[in-house]
Design a protein around this ligand. Structure first.
Ligand code: ZN
Ligand code: ZN
Ligand code: FE
Length: 764
């Protein structure tokens, strides 16, 4: 290759790159790029950014600068590059410099990355020195969020600090041409973490721990496995007795278990997968994907459900184990229902003693809890239903910058969010904040995040509900607080994610949120901007007998809706096999008493009612079960829909659900199939959403619709509502990067809080 070069004095440039640039092989990439372009200088991590000093010709510097973005490692997210000329100091080569510590700045911590193809090859290569080593990783894969204690991202500030590198690993780490060059968690059998198999008493079991665990799984045992972000409970997913026993011990009667299979080949024979679902399974995020079942697994894996969670191994340990067992494995979080996932060996031995027969553990600490993420494929691509491993804390880019704001989320499926500059860091899923362990987990995660990101929020946003633990927590932080109405936050989360300015029509359908008028809301149409929300429509208020008790007993809502729709006699007939006359008398009476049955506009409770009327989910064991069963029972191709008239009350549009509920009951009495009725119910509700949006567009001129709230985790409703709105030439948005339910609330809260603070300061 010949190049014509003009001899000119070298120029100097200082370049700063921000984004997800630590823990993704960025410095080695810069090193190779600088060498390739014949530049000298140095690169280092400073705070959360990468700082580069380079010297060379103008042309080479420009090419280098362009390639920084265009050729960046696939897992890096370059958010901003700044560059300024400097006086050259005469570097003789290009080097990777030690990291600067204690530098203020916003750091971006990468999520944990699923094992890459190159590491996988070594893992199963008998000649490789890491053959069958369960902690193999490289700059392209491995733990990040779960090992990082503080920033900048260097081994000494991770839980790998406890494992000094052996000479062979150190050579790779220092060799710029090696793919483990500066791979901070790198390790090998000689120097890294080791597995151990413990019996239920905590005593070590002799022999190869992995083979031992595999043998026990094959024998029907339940094994607790220490993963990256905490413990899993595993058993053979084809062994009905084992799965049934796991349900009994975990006190989880019928919520589907996630199942891990060794590779895609087995996945396609175990599950019904679309191409998009296969892609999602195989992505480096390696989430749980909700997919169709083929009836090959033990019935207790997902009793009564048509869809369940599938996943592929995300770590070398899981690759080794699934191959050794060579059967699908139930892989469920190592906790008792509703408690946070266990992370520590001793903690797990104590709290999982009654659940696990043995424990496959290792000696690397889990710095942060990290549940598996749950996703599904919808119209227009994947959506996230639970956001943790592989996603968090990857920032969500916001449309504008603003003051540092913390938000605390709601009450169920809590996550918090830190907004800094133009990015929102939504914490990994923490869980339902209704026990002390969850509150502790919340505090720990929050403390760690504010430290990692080096943020002192100037404002704390919380739900308007005064009794949510997150509201009380927000008030103890000693920072000004902002209360955000629940459904406003749901819609604002969609606006934030899709960077929508101005006003939109929001459709917020969920189970419960405290309304501006102090009532229970959950089927809301709002005219929303980032600061304010005006209620412009809602579902017809219906009695909620027993308040919260109605969530646990959907029969209550079935009777309330039946009474409202003048179908009490018919409803009694539908329940005659499961409820006594006295029970039914009582439910009917409660439905008519505002004292014990405050009205709610909740769409979630409407789903409960219809599901219960059809005999589905009458005794739910987990949140949202009746609605999930109703969706799964639906024949999406069912023809016809029920009448859903619109009404007006105090200037707001009201969806009158009486004719809808009456028709559901009449169809059922007439013997129409549950699949047909459920299909028609979904069509009807989607149709009602479109009809309301049509009228609201006439009134307000707004033609952008944001769909949010936990009810839109329902793929059938989401897809049909979105499709029909798009056909009516609305612009339609829904949550994709954060959960539609309360797991996405925190993102909406920071969005609203920032907009309000801008007004307060006179910038708005
Ligand atoms: Zn790798
Ligand atoms: Zn080593
Ligand atoms: Fe909600």
């Amino acid at each position: 290759m010949t190049t014509i070069t003009t001899k000119t004095a070298p120029l100097g440039r200082r370049i700063e790159v921000s984004g997800v640039v630590q823990g993704v092989g960025f410095r080695p990439f810069v090193w190779r790029l600088a060498r390739h372009h014949g530049l000298t200088g140095k690169v280092r991590n400073v705070g959360g950014r990468v700082e580069i000093e380079v010297e060379g010709s103008a042309r080479d510097l420009d090419r280098f600068r362009a390639a920084l973005e265009s050729e960046a490692p696939r897992r890096a997210t370059v958010v901003a590059v700044t560059s300024r000329d400097t006086a050259p100091t005469g570097y003789s080569s290009f080097v990777i410099d030690r990291s600067e510590t204690n530098h203020a700045g916003t750091a971006l911590v990468a999520p944990d990355l699923a094992t890459c193809a190159a590491c996988l090859e070594e893992l199963f290569d008998p000649d490789d020195r890491r053959h069958r080593y369960p902690f193999i990783n490289c700059v392209d894969c491995g733990p990040r969020y779960t090992v990082i204690e503080s920033l900048p991202y260097d081994r000494e500030r991770t839980s790998m600090r406890a494992f000094p590198m052996c000479p062979a690993c150190a050579r790779e780490y220092d060799d710029p041409s090696d793919r483990r060059f500066h791979a901070e968690p790198t390790a090998c059998p000689a120097c890294g973490p080791q597995l151990q198999l413990l019996d239920s008493e905590g005593s070590a079991v002799c022999g190869d721990p992995l083979e031992g665990a595999a043998a026990r799984l094959l024998a029907g045992d339940i094994v607790a496995i220490k993963a990256l972000g905490g413990f899993h409970l595993a058993c053979d997913a084809t062994d009905e007795a084992a799965v049934h026993e796991l349900r009994r011990r975990k006190r989880r009667p019928d919520k589907p278990f996630a199942v891990m299979v060794r590779d895609l080949e087995v996945a396609v024979t175990t599950f019904r997968l679309s191409n998009e679902e296969s892609d999602l399974l195989q992505s480096w995020r390696a989430p749980i994907v909700l997919v169709g079942d083929r009836g090959y697994l033990a019935p207790s894996v997902a009793p009564g459900h048509q869809r369940q969670g599938a996943m592929l191994p995300a770590t070398p340990l899981h690759h080794l184990l699934t191959r050794a067992v060579d059967r699908p494995l139930v892989m469920t979080s190592g906790n008792h229902s509703d408690e946070p996932i266990c992370t520590d060996n001793d903690e797990a031995l104590a709290c999982l003693a009654d659940a696990a027969d043995s424990f496959l553990v290792h000696d690397r600490g889990v710095v942060a809890r990290y549940d598996d993420s749950v996703t599904a494929v919808r119209r227009g691509g994947p959506v996230v239903l639970r956001r943790a491993r592989g996603f968090a804390p990857e920032p969500i880019p916001l449309g504008a910058t603003g003051p540092p704001v913390l938000s605390c989320g709601g009450h169920l499926q809590v996550s918090f969010c830190l907004a800094v500059d133009s990015r929102a860091f939504v914490s990994p899923h923490i869980g339902d904040l209704d026990n002390d362990m969850a509150v502790t987990a919340f505090r720990e995660a929050l403390e760690r995040s504010t430290r990692l990101f080096d943020i002192a929020p100037s404002l704390v946003a919380h739900d308007r509900h005064p009794d949510f633990l997150t509201t009380r927590l927000a008030e103890t932080l000693g920072v000004p607080t902002v209360a955000v109405q629940h459904h406003h936050a749901h819609v604002a989360a969609v606006m934030a994610e899709h960077q929508l300015d101005g006003r939109v029509l929001g459709v917020a359908f969920d189970g419960f949120g405290l309304g501006e008028d102090g009532a229970s809301w959950g089927g809301e149409f709002l005219a929303v901007d980032a600061r304010d929300a005006v209620r412009v429509g809602h579902l017809r208020p219906v009695a909620q007998p027993g308040g919260d008790a109605a969530v646990r007993e959907p029969n209550r809502m079935a009777f309330a809706h039946a009474v409202d729709a003048s179908r009490l006699t018919e409803a009694r007939a539908l329940f005659s096999d499961t409820l006594t006359d006295r029970d039914m008398d009582s439910l009917a009476a409660q439905s008519r008493s505002p004292r014990v049955a405050p009205p709610t506009t909740s769409a979630g409770r409407l789903f409960d009612a219809v599901a219960a009327l059809l005999g589905l989910g009458r005794t739910p064991s987990y949140e949202g079960q009746p609605a999930i069963l109703l969706e799964q029972a639906a024949d999406a191709t069912a023809r016809g829909a029920y009448p859903v008239p619109l009404d007006t009350h105090q200037g707001r549009l009201v969806i009158d659900t009486r004719a809808l509920v009456a028709a559901v009951i009449d169809d059922r009495i007439a013997g129409r199939s549950v699949a047909d009725i459920s299909g028609r119910f979904h069509h009807s509700l989607a149709g009602a959403i479109v009809a309301v949006c049509d009228q609201l567009r006439e009134r307000t001129g707004l033609d952008r619709v944001c769909l949010g709230g936990g009810v839109f985790a329902n793929g059938l409703l989401l897809d049909e509502a979105a499709e029909r709105l798009l056909a009516r030439r609305f612009e339609v948005y829904w949550p994709q990067a954060v959960p539609p339910g309360d797991g996405g609330l925190a993102l909406g809260q920071v969005h609203v809080a920032r907009a309000r603070s801008a007004v307060a300061e006179g910038h708005g």
